[in-house]
Design a protein around this ligand. Structure first.
Ligand code: ZN
Ligand code: ZN
Ligand code: ZN
Length: 382
């Protein structure tokens, strides 16, 4: 009985090299990787083919047309959207970007529902804003096809809109900017667009990142995201199995680095939830995306465009979600300035979650993050 327990514990932690089981083939990975920032978002990395949840070719292809006569987001059809909130350049028929209210908002300010609690049923008034950036005039343009100047313009518009929303109403605690690109990523409108949702609560996953990084800071007086960047740029190690003396793992300098600019770095998380997940972070500590300068955005655009080109080259027509995580504008904003570090998470969707994932809350990743990082690094010349 005790033996069995010991063994299942061991397997549960992914330490598959034991005396009783044969060591796996060198490239095969089967382990649970604990997300250092949010342990609840941990990942089962299982590269055996049988674990593959869904074949890539079953995903619906994305729309690659340049202009669609009936599309409300294409140039010339501006009257088909609700009245615009912003256009860049202002007043130009040859606009680069438009911002419009979402026609079907998930949160709004049109109703004044009070918060409600009855027994175990509890609701918070769905107050907030939901807006859509038509982020490129060309219908199906993918980010790696955008110019760097355009990408910088779009992220500058995100920054300015986030600031305006926070300033407009102190009840708004978090402004989430995200993009769904392609039907596999849940985009219901085929024209490229991104969304802004301003909400009266801090989303649970952001709150967990903020809280856990503050706890880490309390212990180490150093930002955990800065530590991750330091590790990616400097850490080299060989870990041996205690019993057999065989090499269990080798970590090389730069193994997780996908792209590096003057101000930004794109890294492959050790505990990647998605096969091709990549995060982009500022190299210098900064908690709030609102403080990013135009000069920094130019570098960000270069790092991001090259990252997206790598993803597209490796996956072929990448469909993805990305979202910005920045310090929430709640009462603890100043307190979290030293411990939290803003970042962009890019999550290409090559499979659909299965019952195992939904039932266990564990993400299943069928590709070793180290192998994925290497393929992404080799995808572009230089
Ligand atoms: Zn369109
Ligand atoms: Zn930091
Ligand atoms: Zn995050």
């Amino acid at each position: 009985m005790r033996d069995q327990n010991a063994r299942s514990n061991c397997e549960g932690q992914g330490m598959s090299t034991t005396e009783t089981s044969a060591p796996p083939a060198p490239q095969e990975v089967r382990e649970i990787r604990i997300n250092p920032i949010v342990p609840a978002e941990s990942v089962l990395v299982a590269t055996a083919r049988s674990m593959r949840p869904k074949k890539e070719e079953e995903l619906a292809p994305r729309d690659t047309r340049k202009h669609v006569e009936t599309c409300p987001f294409c140039r010339g059809n501006e009257a088909k959207t609700p009245p615009e909130l912003l256009r860049l350049p202002e007043g130009s028929a040859e606009w680069e970007l438009r911002l419009v209210p979402n026609l079907y908002p998930v949160l709004g300010d049109d109703r004044q529902d009070a918060n409600f609690a009855f027994g175990l049923q509890q609701t918070i008034d769905g107050y907030g804003r939901h807006e859509v950036f038509v982020d490129h005039p060309e219908h199906g343009a993918a980010i790696h096809e955008w110019s760097e100047a355009h990408l910088a313009l779009v992220f500058g518009a995100y920054r300015d809109r986030m600031r305006a929303l926070y300033d407009s109403d102190k009840r708004l605690k978090y402004v989430l900017v995200f993009k769904n690109f392609g039907p596999a990523a849940g985009a219901s409108i085929p024209h490229t667009h991104s969304q802004v949702i301003a909400m009266p609560v801090v989303p649970e996953n952001v709150a967990a990142e903020v809280h856990n990084s503050a706890v880490h800071y309390g212990k180490h007086h150093y930002c955990i995201f800065c530590s991750l960047i330091d590790e990616a740029l400097t850490f080299e190690a060989t870990i041996y199995d205690r019993a057999s003396g065989q090499i269990r793992r080798k970590i090389n300098v730069g193994q997780y680095v996908i792209e590096r600019g003057q101000h930004f770095i794109a890294v492959k998380p050790f505990a990647s939830r998605y096969e091709w997940e990549v995060h982009i972070l500022p190299l210098k500590h900064e908690s709030d995306f609102l403080n990013v300068s135009d000069e920094q955005l130019a570098d960000f655009a270069r790092v991001m465009r090259r990252t997206m080109a790598r993803l597209d080259a490796v996956i072929g027509g990448a469909q993805y979600n990305y979202f910005l995580h920045s310090v929430p504008h709640d009462a603890q904003r100043e307190q979290h300035a030293a411990s939290y570090h803003w970042h962009l998470e890019i999550c290409p969707r090559t499979s659909i979650p299965t019952g195992f994932e939904l039932g266990s809350g564990l993400f299943v990743n069928t590709m070793s993050p180290e192998a994925a990082a290497e393929r992404l690094r080799n995808a572009l010349p230089e």
